[in-house]
Design a protein around this ligand. Sequence first.
Ligand code: BDR
Ligand code: CA
Length: 312
Amino acid sequence: SRKIIIDTDPGQDDAVAILLALASPAEIDVLAVVAVAGNVGLHHNANNARKVVELSGRREVPVYAGCSRPMRRTLVTAEHVHGDTGLNGPVLPDPIIPLQAQHGVDYLIETLMSAEPKTITICALGPLTNVAMALVKEPRIAERIQEIVLMGGAYFEVGNITPAAEFNIYVDPEAADIVMRCGAPITILPLDVTHMVQSTKPRLDAIKGLGNKSGQAVYDMLTFSEGFDLKKYGWDGAPLHDPTVIAYLLKPELFAGRVCNVAIETASELTVGMTVVDYWHVTDRPRNANYLRSADAEGFFALLTERLARLP
Ligand code: BDR
Ligand code: CA
């Protein structure tokens, strides 16, 4: 099975992604979950990561905390979407599993440097601060990473936190820039994909109908965060972002896109955090990312529901 490290700011949709990965041990071996500041502050995100790991019944999976703020900028958070704890909605018990003492960035470096090259994939579900800091502190990890699969950015759907930028990239554009240029294989699940994967009422009812603790928790998470998105977009359902990263590992055939250059705007005040995607190959800049732009939503929700059924 494929070894991954989940770097995340849970976050209801992050939590669903973590559960999807932990429900799929035949294909995915989750080495650790590393928290980063993003949706809310690091303390809450790390605590939420522990709660979610515990909910899955996989207490052996260690949880680390990484950076508490972006590389250069003041942290921008999204309590208006995720609630004050970052994971409002379900009532989850205080976690028993500990937070690991080692810093998340050092864990990333140590793990990548001691494993066989190209055997570990990083799944990044929040701002890219931890991944970029690891690349700065130990540049040799770049050639040892199997792949970075990240949720972030947008091209056709443009922005969700500013008219030009998607949240994860906007919060730490300098970090995103470092990651895009690092040379490791990158696959991107942008808003173009996640806006096609909507948690409509029948899809959420099917998850609640599983009758297990995890299904109920996912239902409560997604009905909470959905409230905000339904108003914002006026669609039947709300986009489900981060779980697409794990679904891509499980069933890449659910997604389509192309390899092209992706660059990050870090200077302009108006468009900072914009992902500039050379989708039509109009430049000769290096083709650094597998940029996905569409998803099979029915197939995605069938997979998610089937996997959640396996959890407690
Ligand atoms: C991203 O921002 C966060 O709020 C979500 O968890 C997701 O990672 C979507 O723009
Ligand atoms: Ca996230």
